[in-house]
Ligand binder design. Structure first.
Ligand code: S3P
Length: 422
């Protein structure tokens, strides 16, 4: 029998961003082991260095020596955050709290993404903003005296929640965020590890009394489940495949893809489940799963798999029946309009898809074979990787408009694709 293949995919993007930001405003020295070095996270790193953070690159990762809250200086130049929505939204809260003047911009995709969702609550907290009409970047930020807030979000968003929590570190007032469903809680977990009092409930989070961050520890960044997802789906669909994905982040607020695997009948198992530092991690074994049932995604599971919907749409193509994604209108505001990008490209390759305002329906067929097609990635890394997986599974003749965008989250994607294919 062939040896089981095993892969450690790219490190977690969300955790890397937060580790760089929080270490920079903590007191003490933090080693960030296995950070993700991708375009998005390097934008955060450069922005923090621009604001005076002391960062050393070491063999195991990054060493950041923080001098505590209020120690950042005004970045001298405009900060270009490329494609990274997480950088722009979280740094708005952080720089707002620090009280520095900062100008944040990004690429043409980021400059189209809605920033009103952070501008409104952060303005209420005392941060001053100038921005383009419609709440678009570039944003000019100047923090004032930060006040408390009790904020309720219309949609679950970890970026909005985190921006508020970061600004909220700079006041003693009550700061709380209520969400319709719980979004990823890495900011909360990491703040707790730095010693901040954070009170988490089902759909709400509050800052407690202590809001000082103390470093002097190590943050181990696990593999990103959102990157592992591409190879998990590949293995579920590839005849004879058996792939072990090592050190995968299995935080409940991120592992919705496994619930979809349960309902679709994907054969997988979790091995070596453990809590490393402040996040759950495990190895995920995925096997070829020939008889797949269609699935439905809506409601509370959405934030738990929001970035996996492009690759789950590829899984749906091979399920025996109609899979449905609804209540996911925010997908239109991601790195691209992902509902449009998924539907348009699936139609081009011959899949029967119906597009809704807030999602889509895919008529799956276990024997599906795609037509040759030009795939428009809309400059979106997750659209590009999803269709490269479909191509690898079927030897389809696709021409993608670009693949450069993949560098934002998964620089060694092509090496890993070659490995699992070979
Ligand atoms: C992220 C939160 C999610 C996700 C994004 C990363 C984060 O965005 O889609 O890729 O690191 O906080 P929203 O908060 O806008 O849902």
């Amino acid at each position: 029998m062939a040896k089981v293949k095993s892969l450690r995919v790219a490190s977690d993007k969300s955790i890397t961003h937060r580790a760089i930001m929080l270490s920079s405003i903590s007191r003490g020295e933090v080693s960030i082991v296995n950070p993700l070095y991708s375009d998005d996270t390097l934008r955060t790193l450069k922005a923090m260095q621009g604001a005076g953070a002391s960062v050393d690159a070491e063999a195991i990762g990054l060493k950041i020596k923080g001098k505590g809250k209020g120690s950042l200086r005004e970045p001298l130049n405009i900060l270009d955050l490329g494609n990274s929505g997480t950088s722009m939204r979280l740094l708005s809260g952080l720089f707002g709290g620090e009280g520095v003047f900062a100008v944040l911009t990004g690429d043409s995709s980021l400059r189209k993404r809605p920033m009103m969702r952070i501008i409104k609550p952060l303005s209420k907290m005392g941060v001053n903003f100038l921005y383009r009409d419609g709440g678009l970047a570039p944003l000019a930020i100047k923090g004032g005296k930060i006040k408390g807030i009790e904020h309720t979000t219309k949609i679950a968003s970890a970026q909005v929640k985190s921006a508020i929590l970061l600004a909220g570190l700079y006041t003693d007032d009550e700061v709380s965020v209520w969400e319709p469903f719980k979004s990823r809680n890495h900011t909360e977990n990491m703040l707790k590890a730095f010693g901040v009092d954070v009170l988490e409930e089902e759909n709400s989070v509050k800052l407690g009394k202590n809001r000082e961050l103390v470093g002097d520890f190590e943050i181990n960044v696990p593999a990103d489940i959102s990157s592992a997802a591409f190879f998990m789906v590949f293995s579920a669909l590839k005849r004879g495949a058996e792939l072990l994905l090592r050190d995968v982040l299995l935080n409940q607020t991120r592992s919705g893809i496994l619930d979809v695997f349960d309902s679709a009948g994907v054969k997988y198992s979790i091995e070596g489940y453990r809590v490393e530092g402040f996040e759950a991690v495990g190895d995920v074994m995925v096997r070829h799963s020939p008889e797949l049932k269609p699935f439905k995604i809506d409601g509370s599971i959405l934030p738990r798999l929001i970035d996996e919907i492009p690759i789950l749409s590829i899984l749906a193509v091979f399920c025996d029946g109609k899979s449905v994604v609804r209540e996911a209108g925010d997908l239109r505001k991601k790195e691209s309009d992902r509902i449009k990008a998924i539907c348009e490209n699936l139609k081009r390759v011959g899949v029967s898809v119906h597009e809704y305002d807030d999602g889509f329906e895919i008529e799956g067929n276990p024997n599906f074979r795609p037509k040759p097609a030009k795939i428009d990635t809309f400059g979106d890394h997750r659209i590009a990787m999803s269709f490269l997986i479909l191509q690898a599974l079927t030897d389809a003749d696709f021409k993608l408009t670009e693949t450069q965008s993949i560098l934002t989250s998964y620089p060694n994607f092509f090496d890993h694709l070659d490995y699992v294919k070979g």
